[in-house]
Write a protein that binds this ligand. Sequence first.
Ligand SMILES: [Zn+2]
Length: 152
Amino acid sequence: MVISEHLTLAELIRSESAKRNGIANMPPPEHIANLKLLAEHIFEPIRANFRCPIIISSGYRSKELNAVIGGSNTSQHSLGQAIDIDMDSTTYDVTNADVFNFIKDKLPFDQLIWEFGNILNPFWVHVSYSDRHRRQILKATKINGSTQYKTY
Ligand SMILES: [Zn+2]
């Protein structure tokens, strides 16, 4: 199924944890609709700006999958409103920091998170789109093994 010009549903629901646990991870129609809005307002503008494939390391997570991986039960990933982007494994001249800064400066996101890493580059970028448009920007760090979120 095509979600937008450069994005398929397969890229959004792929999950090794889902496979290992026999979870279909298939979004219902209302979550597909959210994924389409996310693709239109966030993913495709990033793709158009950098003109290269944009790698989604985690997209949709059904409630069942989220429970198995111990994710937050209010996660926007479970509504089809959030994706994680990770360009580290690619050979394109685009860093996670480049993606983060482009979203921060140009796009109508709801929440944007610099996920761990260091001051130069996050390990990945979490971005969500919803009708709330909070423009909340956070930085995630590990402190004594637990995740802490601070205002960016
Ligand atoms: Zn995320």
